[in-house]
Ligand binder design. Sequence first.
Ligand SMILES: Cc1ncc(COP(=O)(O)O)c(C=O)c1O
Length: 411
Amino acid sequence: MKLSNRLNNVKPSMTLAITSRAASMKAEGIDIVSFGAGEPDFDTPPSVVDAAKCALDKGMTRYTPVPGMPVLRAAIADWYTREFGIDTTSDHVIVGVGGKQVIYNALMALVDVGDRVLIPAPYWVSYPAMAYLAGGEPVYVRTTEKTSFLMTPQALEEALEENHPKVLILNSPSNPTGQVYEESLLRDLAEVLRRHPNVMIIWDNIYAHITYGDVKHVDFAKVAPDLAERIITTCGFSKSFAMTGWRLGFAIADPRIIKAMSSIQGHSTSNATSFAQAGAIEALKLDHSYLENNRQRFEKRRGILIDALAKIPDVSLVEPKGAFYALVNVKKYCHTIIDDRIITNDLELAEYLLVDGHVACIPGCAFGAEGYLRLSFAMSEEAIAEGVRRIAVALSKLKRVEGVEPHVFWD
Ligand SMILES: Cc1ncc(COP(=O)(O)O)c(C=O)c1O
């Protein structure tokens, strides 16, 4: 069988692969603690569930307009204006099947064959795959711990001059680093982008409501309103409203881009599920305290994770300022031996931790972050404590390999 060449550069998502492997070990009766899942463990708010049930009872089971039910688009526009201080109207909004689909549709609407898509690394796993599927070529700006995994204006300028990308993807708060682009850095990045008027910007702010300490999310279009025509903001209900399975996301962009994305969506999924959209309207009516309460729960879990990791020798992390991920530096364990097995990289380390330690972590190589593990802390406090205990025990059994040069990491 000859499948399309399009698939040559697209590997299955490693996060989903590890999560499903951990799930099948669990199904075999093995007790696994999983730091893999990129989803809140909270229930969807009851008012949202009730609204969807009610929509079903009322027979709201037919197609909706492609870009979403008008009432939902209007509700998103209002909510967006309220939450982010950016004047938004319905014709700036498209609703799709998850943040994932709207990012994909945005790339499909912007990228021609061979166009480059600039992605700061470490990156969310799906960006490079989506760039390839849209016919483009992902190119990367490597960021390191020295700049808290944030792209500097100089690095952006160099990458733009070298690659002439059509699109830049910025994600803040970031999956997998947990870092946040704060206002002053965004202003400096905007200054660079003004000198490169052909570059479009996908601004993925799906974790916008999850930031810690004094750090506050600021939207890119708020910082640089003059660039608004070039910014496609992508967001969704999954993370903020514990609605991952509902598959609902949205984009805010110039109406011409929304129309283009709508044309593409019209020939793929048509519209997001009708009764899910009815539920989403209710989510946007929730008091802001709902989001704040979830944020506080994540902040507590983050503290537990950071304190527990600090006790393990030779691991370190740049503390996450947002989202619910910690990118843990395990480079010192990527050159170790146990029995007759040698561990040389984060993938082998993650495999060892899962099979021998019964704890699932996502290897950094999935995110362009070799030598790291990504730990999601969207799980109970007890599970976090137990999971880190297992990591500590498993790592303590590894011995350094003497006489062999360790793998060279890029930072
Ligand atoms: C950075 C980022 N963007 C977008 C998404 C898409 O989420 P969804 O398709 O569930 O809305 C995710 C999900 O993990 C993510 O981590």
